[in-house]
Design a protein around this ligand. Structure first.
Ligand SMILES: [Zn+2]
Length: 112
């Protein structure tokens, strides 16, 4: 087993892979430390109480309320984009009109 495979193996559901990971950690200082850290992380995570129904509701509510706030913060950029596209379209129309005027005023001079 290589050190790169250690973390995946130690977290694996496969008993054989976990056993091999532990055997590797016994001979590898680095992976032994990683294993210790992972163990501590698991212990800390297991100590966190499951979230209560009321708190869960608050959490979901906060997440839902956070969405419009994000949309609001995006609005100025969208408006800028809208203005830019309208400006671009207006410029194109002006150029087209200008070309048409130029073309129609030029025509009598070209055709006798
Ligand atoms: Zn290792």
């Amino acid at each position: 087993m290589k050190c790169e495979d250690f973390l995946a193996a130690v977290e694996s559901k496969n008993l054989w892979r976990r056993w091999r990971a532990r055997a590797h950690a016994a001979n590898c200082q680095n992976c032994a430390e990683v294993s210790k850290m992972v163990g501590e992380l698991h212990r800390e995570l297991s100590q966190v109480e499951p979230i209560s129904r009321a708190r869960r509701q608050t959490w979901i509510q906060t997440a839902e309320n956070a969405v419009p706030a994000r949309a609001l913060s995006l609005r100025p950029r969208r408006q800028y984009r809208y203005v830019a596209s309208v400006g671009g379209a207006a410029a194109l129309v002006l150029v087209t009109i200008g070309l048409l005027i130029w073309n129609t005023t030029r025509k009598p001079a070209v055709s006798p």
